[in-house]
Design a binder for this molecule. Structure first.
Ligand SMILES: Cc1ncc(COP(=O)(O)O)c(C=O)c1O
Length: 372
């Protein structure tokens, strides 16, 4: 296909397979002629977006003609106050996806360095590395989806630029204790960064027990990624951030497009940090919904994995693919995991009470039919 065009297209782009996103509600409504669809596929917030944040966004709409300040210093300041760190520890980004890309471009030499991940893992690490011309090496997760740290350390060498660990992990929900991550950071060569992607951290049973954040000021090679997409319900505004040592922030800020975080997203982020009530309600909704879904799925014969995130990984007692398709026909979108190499499993986001019940009713209905 690419040979039809006269221009040069980079080799790593020519056969690039893009990110597989969860299906949208509109697509499924149109395809199955449904008036109501429930999406439990992208780990979005079950309560939507905070009413307070919505008001701030509406009030800010008239500033849409202004450029934001490069580097979004007000949001960095708000984050610094929230975490009792310095603004020099924060890079805000267009979703944590942008932070992943910036780290790769700053730290990894194309064609020479490589990055390490567990397999399976969140696919953006691979995709961005490939686009940057950086090799990716992986170590399979343990069968229970826990992290084989020793195996990963065994393949680290002087050309390992970055190690990505998602904690709690996607798609399993497994979370390693913070001590393991700190030990890992300490055992990496000085030139290698440990990037802990904590997109789901706020849903862990005890977030402080799994996050190495409190040690970040003492660690020169630790980066933590967080996002406003999950707990704060701002996935559509694209807002994430990296917490890192000031020397690294300095490099990222030099290469980051100055206005990649827009003015409405910045104001929404500041407001979201102030709305502790909404964040608390979200967390309570997710924890209650998770135990309900876990109990009901197990009662239907599914193998359900322990999750410290806002989703559950499960293996149904029938082929996952046909169950997924039957759910779609009933207007319920969950996440098939073929792109993670987990064909026999499905991942379901924790919804609100109404959504969770509708999902369980659909599951019971499908599994009670002999022909699945
Ligand atoms: C592990 C992980 N990291 C990062 C992200 C992306 O977050 P953002 O919406 O901030 O780009 C996701 C999104 O699902 C994720 O699962």
């Amino acid at each position: 296909m690419s040979t039809l065009y006269p221009c040069k297209v980079q080799p790593q782009v020519q056969d690039f397979t893009p990110y597989t996103a969860g299906l949208s509600i509109e697509e499924i409504k149109a395809e199955y002629n449904l008036s109501r669809v429930i999406k439990l596929a992208s780990n979005e917030n079950p309560l939507g977006c905070s009413p307070y944040v919505q008001k701030v966004i509406a009030r800010s709409a008239s500033f849409g003609f202004r450029y934001p300040r490069p580097g979004n210093p007000e949001l960095c300041q708000a984050l610094a106050e929230f975490y009792r760190l310095s603004p020099d520890n924060f890079v805000v980004s267009n979703g944590s996806d942008e932070a992943i890309d910036l780290l790769l471009r700053v730290m990894a030499r194309p064609g020479k360095d490589h990055v390490l991940v567990f397999d399976p893992c969140f696919s953006m690490y691979r995709l961005q590395a490939r686009l940057c011309g950086v090799d990716i090496r992986s170590v399979p997760l343990n069968p229970d989806f826990s992290f084989p740290f020793a195996e990963l350390l065994r393949i680290v060498d002087q050309d390992t630029a970055l190690v990505f660990v998602t904690n709690p992990d996607n798609p399993s929900g497994y979370a390693a204790p913070r001590e393991k991550l700190l030990e890992m950071a300490a055992r990496l060569p000085e030139s290698c960064l440990l990037v802990v992607d904590e997109a789901y951290l706020e849903f862990a049973d005890d977030p402080e027990a799994v996050s190495p954040l409190s040690e970040l000021p003492e660690c020169t090679n630790l980066v933590i990624l967080r996002t406003f997409s999950k707990l704060y319900g701002l996935a559509g505004l694209r807002l994430g951030y990296g917490i890192m040592p000031p020397w690294l922030r300095d490099y990222l800020m030099r290469v980051k497009p100055p206005f990649s975080v827009n003015l409405l997203a910045e104001r929404a982020g500041i407001a979201a940090l102030r709305d502790g009530y909404f964040a608390g309600q979200t967390r309570r909704t997710v924890l209650a919904g998770k135990s309900y879904l876990k109990r009901e799925l197990k009662a239907m014969g599914c193998t359900v994995f322990l999750s410290q995130a806002n989703f559950l990984l499960f293996k149904p007692p029938v082929p996952a693919k046909s169950l997924y398709e039957r759910l779609l026909k009933q207007g319920i979108i969950v996440r098939p995991l073929g792109s993670y190499g987990l064909d026999d499993y499905l991942r379901v986001s924790i919804g609100n009470t109404h959504e969770n019940k509708a999902f369980i009713r659909a599951m019971q209905d499908i599994l009670s039919q002999p022909s699945v």
